[in-house]
Each structure stands twice: as C-alpha cells, then as structure tokens.
Design a protein around this ligand. Structure first.
Ligand code: ATP
Ligand code: MG
Length: 371
C-alpha cells in the first residue's frame, strides 16, 4: 500500500488508434512539468500515476497546468484484493454524511460496483457511529477505483485541471503577445487545444519603456507553463511607426501597424516553420477589431490567424486572466506600441485599398529589410 497521485486524462479516450500517441505525449509533458521534483511517473492503462515524491501540493499545482490532464487525486494504491480493501476501509475515520463510489474497471474483480459500495458503506457505518449515508449531498465521498492492472486506488478528493489536449511536440504557433489582458489568455486558450507556441512581441523603444518590455517578459514567463514556448522574439516597430506618423493618414495608423505586425509574423513563420499566428483580438472590442479591420489585417497574413477570444466578453477574458495568473501583471500601467502616436479618430471600417494607398506613401519594402 503506498501513496500516489492519480492522474485522469481528458479527451484522449476519444482518440481511437492515436490514443497511444497522445498518452505518450501527455506522459512526456508531465515529465517536463515535474522536472524540478524528485518522483517517478508510471503509465497504467487509462491513468498515469506519480510515485516516490515529497512535494505533493507543488506537484499537483504543476500537474493542473498540463493540458490533457482532466483531474488529479491524492490516492492510496493497493492490490485489488477485496480483503485488503475492506481492511483499509475498516480503519478509516469518517464523520458526518458520506457515500462510497466504486468504479470497477477491472471486470474480473468479483463484486459489482454498486454491491461493493454498499458493503463498504456498511463497514464505515458500523465503525463510525457518528457517520451517516447521504448519496445526494454527502460531506465526504470515498472513491474506490479498481483498475485493469490489478491495482486499486482509494481517494476522497478530485481536483480538476484544465482538460484539453496535450501540447504537441513541435512549436506550430506564433503568439502575438502584447502587455495587455487579452493576448496571454489567447495563448492559453490555443495551448488548451494542444498548440505549442513561441512568442512575438513588438515594442517601440524609446516611446515604450524598458519596464513595458519587462512586463511582457514577466507575462511570457507566467504563461509559458501552459504554452511551452522556447523562443520569444522582440521586434522594434519604432522606425515603421515614425514613418507612418510622418507620411500617412493618422486615422489608418493602427490598421497599418496591425498589418505590419502580421507581415513580421509572416517572415518568422516562413523562416522558422510556424504554421499559424495567434492574437488576442475580440470582435468589436476596439476600432482595430471590427470585421473590416480584421479583414484588412487578414489580407496581408500568409498563414491562418487564430483568434480564440473573438466571441469572448471582456469580463470572461478577465476571469481567465485572473485564474491563470496574468491579470495582475497585465494591468500594470506601462504603454504598448499600439498606444504610441495613437490617432484621435482611428478608422473603424478600413478598406484594404485605402490601407495599401497609405502604405504606398512610404518605402515599406526597404523598412522590412530591417528584419
Ligand atoms: P491585449 O490585451 O492583448 O493587448 P487589446 O484589447 O489591447 O489586447 P489590441 O491592443 O488591439 O487589443 O491588440 C490586439 C492584439 O494584437 C493583441 O491581443 C495581440 O495579440 C496583438 N498585439 C497588440 N499589441 C502587440 C504588441 N505590442 N506585441 C505583440 N502583439 C501585439
Ligand atoms: Mg493591447
């Protein structure tokens, strides 16, 4: 009998022939997430377990950030021997209302789930006079998970993680990360669907401060446990923004900047084989996020632009930002390059041909040679 952390998968059971591949991916991602801890990880059918560890709570916190993990329990592992299970349950102290929940994945175990749950319930009642069965709203649930590998796991609590799919092996996504609230959440949302991402940030030094860049680096570190980045690119927009400011219609400044951001992203995708670009845009949130604005920026993108927050309300985004620990950093009052040379009246419905006309006023090609 020993102490383990039991890990349940999400969605992987739907993967048919690819199930083994996804479990291996999840196993590797968990191994990476726990690399700072001494422990062993074991793959038993349909579950992973962590054994031989000390820092239980820290390990559980790290596991919660691994996509593909559905839920986690601190459990006791023992052989699936009816007498041993009964012995163990006989020694439990349970007060107040409770119920037993038996899951018999191993159909060779001699007693059906419901019957065994009743037997165990009776043992607990007999040994704990102050306990009482309540199957609808119990204070305590005793879970008995009888697995196919001849092992049984007994636990009380189920700690939910973020589910989703395990991060892939390759870094296919390029996340455009600003210092705001939305883009870290966008990276988190795409990572939840298994998309590993590197990061691209634009600054406009000296108009933006070193603190603004530091803030984004802090954000990048905070989300990195979710998105699995290896590189963060920081690209200066200073020269380009100055040129737009001097030569172009100021109403188009943000639209031109956005189009330039995507052109830089294209270059990195070409060079480093990213397959998609991720932004934190949400429909109608600001002038640069109307359908017309998004159409104008999309028209220069050579790769699919994923906008996972497109239908999110701001308060929904804020709730996630608070949950994943980025909110406090995001609201620090440092300026973003988007706020430099901010026009009084940004165009709400930009036209692609007008954006191109504005761009023709400067030597964009020459400026892009900077990158
Ligand atoms: P956020 O909270 O992410 O900054 P926002 O509501 O302020 O979003 P915008 O400033 O219009 O929106 O930016 C829209 C998206 O463009 C951002 O979510 C981000 O993906 C990208 N973006 C904006 N500024 C930058 C930047 N300085 N570096 C990289 N990407 C940026
Ligand atoms: Mg922003």
């Amino acid at each position: 009998m020993n102490k383990v952390i039991l890990i349940r998968f999400s969605e992987i059971h739907l993967k048919g022939g690819n199930k083994k591949y996804f479990i291996k991916l999840l196993y590797n991602n968990i191994k990476h997430a726990l690399k700072a801890f001494e422990c062993t990880i074991e793959n038993i059918q349909n579950r992973l377990i962590v054994k031989d560890y000390q820092e239980e709570d820290e390990i559980i916190e790290a596991l919660r950030c691994v996509f593909g993990v559905h839920s986690i329990s601190k459990a006791i592992q023992m052989d699936s021997d009816k007498n041993k299970i009964v012995d163990y349950v006989s020694n439990l102290n349970i007060t107040g209302t409770f119920k037993c929940d038996v899951n018999r994945a191993d159909k060779s175990f001699p007693i059906k789930s419901n019957d065994f749950a009743c037997d165990l319930g009776e043992i607990i009642l007999n040994n704990n006079p102050s306990s009482k069965v309540d199957i609808h709203n119990p204070n305590t649930v005793l879970h008995v998970d009888i697995r196919e590998n001849g092992k049984t796991f007994i636990f009380y609590e189920i700690i939910y993680a973020y589910s989703g799919l395990p991060l892939g092996e390759t870094r296919d996504g390029l996340l455009l990360l600003s210092g705001g609230i939305d883009s870290p959440v966008a990276g988190f949302c795409m990572a939840k669907r298994g998309l590993r991402q590197d990061i691209l940030h634009f600054d406009s030094f000296p108009y933006t401060s070193p603190q603004a860049k530091e803030k984004v680096i802090t954000l990048a570190k905070t989300i990195n446990k979710f998105i699995g980045a290896k590189y963060m690119y920081v690209c200066s927009m200073t020269k380009l923004q100055e040129e737009f400011h001097i030569h172009c219609n100021s109403e188009y400044a943000i639209n031109l900047l956005r189009r330039s951001m995507l052109r830089v992203a294209n270059i990195l995708c070409d060079k480093y084989k990213y397959k998609t670009i991720i932004t934190g845009e949400s429909l109608g949130q600001v002038a640069s996020q109307t359908i017309e604005s998004l159409t104008s920026t999309n028209s220069v993108a050579k790769y699919p632009v994923l906008r996972p927050l497109i239908s999110f309300n701001k308060d929904e985004i804020i709730n996630i930002a608070k949950d994943i620990g980025t909110f406090e950093t995001s609201v620090l009052p440092y300026e973003d390059c988007c706020t430099v040379f901010l026009p009084q009246n940004p165009v709400i419905k930009p036209k692609i041909k007008d954006a191109e006309k504005e761009e023709s006023k400067i030597d964009l090609e020459q400026l892009f040679l900077l990158w």
